[in-house]
Design a protein around this ligand. Sequence first.
Ligand code: G3P
Length: 219
Amino acid sequence: MKFFADTADTAAISELAEAGLIDGVTTNPSLIHKSGRDFLEVTKEICALVDGPVSAEVVALDHAQMMREGETLRKIADNVCIKVPLTIDGLKTCRALTNDGTMVNVTLCFSANQALLAAKAGATFVSPFVGRHDDNGFDGMDLIRDIRLIYDNYDFATEILVASVRHATHVLESARIGADVMTAPPAVIKSLANHVLTEKGIASFTADWEKTGQSIPIA
Ligand code: G3P
C-alpha cells in the first residue's frame, strides 16, 4: 500500500520523504489555508520534494472553470495530480483531463456508487473519506471494503486512495482490505512507529548498555 502525506507542510513532507516513508502528497483548500502559503508556490515546492503524485485541488464548481484551473495546476510540475470534487462537473473534468494524460484524484467520495462513477470517468484515484464517514454515523472501512469488491469485480484501474485517515487503525484496516493508497497527516504516519514494547525494549537495552561502561567508537 502506498502512503501519501495529507498536508501542505513542506518541513513535515521533507522529513517523511527523507526517511522514504511517503510515495506522494495530497493537499486540499483547507490544508493550503492552514499552511498560510501561496497555493501555486507551495504546490511547486511540494512537487520537488517527492517523485510521486501531488494532489492539488480545483476550487471552481463548473466544468469549464475547473478545466481552466486544471490547465494552470498541471503546468506546475509533471507529478501534479488534479483533484476534482465528486460531482457531475467534476467527473466531466476528470474524463477530459485523464484523456489528455493528466492524473486526476476524484475527492469527497462517500458512497460506493460515487466510486463507481469515478472509475467510469477514468479517475486515476478515488478518495473515500473514512474519518468523515465515521463522524456521520457510518463505518468508513465498510465503504472501502465495498469499493474494493466492486473495483475488483470489474477490474477497474482506478486506485482506491483512503482519505480522512485519523488514526493507526484506519491505516491497518486499509492495508488488510487491500486499498491501493492511504493518505494521512504526518502525525498519524509517524504514530505507526509507536509501540509500548519498543519503548520498554529501548529503555532496558539502554540501561544494560550503560552498565557495560562501553561506548561504540565513532570513526
Ligand atoms: O485530503 C482530504 C482528507 O484527507 C481530509 O481529512 O481529516 O479533514 O476529514 P479530514
